[in-house]
Design a protein around this ligand. Sequence first.
Ligand code: NAD
Ligand code: 2HG
Length: 411
Amino acid sequence: MSFQNTSFDKEKIKIVLLEGIHASAEKVFRSAGYTNIVTASKSLPKDELEQTLEDARFLGIRSRTQVTDALLEKAPKLAAIGCFCIGTNQVDLQATKLRGIPVFNAPFANTRSVAELVLAEMILLLRGVPQKNAAAHRGEWLKSAADSYETRGKTLGIVGYGHIGTQIGILAENLGMNVQYFDIETKLALGNAQAAESYHALLASSDVVTFHVPETPQTKNMMDAEAFAQLKPGAILINASRGTVVDIDCLAQALETKQVAGAAIDVFPVEPKSNQDEFESPLRQFDNVILTPHVGGSTMEAQANIGIEVSEKLAKYSDNGSTLSSVNFPEVALPSHEGKHRICHIHRNVPGILAKINDIFSSNSVNISAQFLQTIDSVGYVVTDIDQSSSLKAFEELKTIEGTIKTRILY
Ligand SMILES: NC(=O)c1ccc[n+]([C@@H]2O[C@H](COP(=O)([O-])OP(=O)(O)OC[C@H]3O[C@@H](n4cnc5c(N)ncnc54)[C@H](O)[C@@H]3O)[C@@H](O)[C@H]2O)c1
Ligand SMILES: O=C(O)CC[C@@H](O)C(=O)O
């Protein structure tokens, strides 16, 4: 039997793209020869999702779809997942890794969009525009300079000085603001920004505090009752990171007591599953709070770019085996394997696997033309390019090595 018989027709490879992923993604897949593409404009209910994933090879999601180990159990053919966004907290990264499923995302494409929104919100909140706007819609006329401020000379505190936080810092300095930041990592201060002595020092000395941290156990309720008490009275609070970071009930209380003069919140502990579901929040009652439906990164530019970036990563993994920039997997950047067959072996990272793989190639007289290995704690990934004339028997034998998680053959 030749390798040709194991070939998986590209047209049969099922790709599921959920949550209104931009059409640019489908275009990339189609131009790479993939035609079995299922799309949905929202996240799917549990049963429907499980059914759709039964025979799916690739899954594309945004922030709503929760990928748990139990869901992966129902998706035995899944080869890789693309998060068409920055956050990957909706995916069980450990479970996907142990099942040999690399996860990809778009780490930069929407960062400018978030930075611009935050900048605009800061200006509007310092001027009291949200409450004046809401009043005008009710027929009231709040012409007054009271509690209305310029950004110039004010202090912006950025919590999480990464791709988004740094861009906001630069933009805010151009408005004449003083910028300070707090990050758990040592970061290069851009412009005239300064690292705050501590998180609490930042809270106590900033006129505007904005959060740009990932969802982690450490960032959960970073803004709790104690943190609100540390804020400079009358500060503005912005959260466009993750809904777990700010305790919404504590924020509501701080707005009641005027400890916080205004807020902009884009992300929530519980978000509606679709645009048809009602948005519930204790913040709805406050005119001085800008509420946006998790659209910090939702601009036409960002979504189109994300669609291209993540689908290209998935198509490349499918065609070539490259895992470069995966967030949970050994990263291997692979050259083209024209004229060769490429065998990908994903396994538990225990001593001796590489030797066993090569023993099998050797005993089957397989000529290896290139080999790549990378490991990440518990998982290893070995990619071997072999002559086309080599026997399929070796590939079948590789599957029997103890500790094998997944094998693929690409040609
Ligand atoms: N609202 C939206 O639509 C939207 C869009 C894009 C990203 N996001 C969210 O914004 C987050 C930040 O994005 P980014 O691109 O700047 O990420 P990033 O990884 O570049 O930066 C995050 C920074 O937070 C720091 N950090 C982590 N834990 C911290 C802690 N406990 N205290 C202080 N700093 C901590 C990291 O060291 C890093 O510098 C993402 O994780 C994502 O969840 C939201
Ligand atoms: O598009 C989304 O659903 C999430 C956007 C944002 O939170 C991200 O993590 O990039």
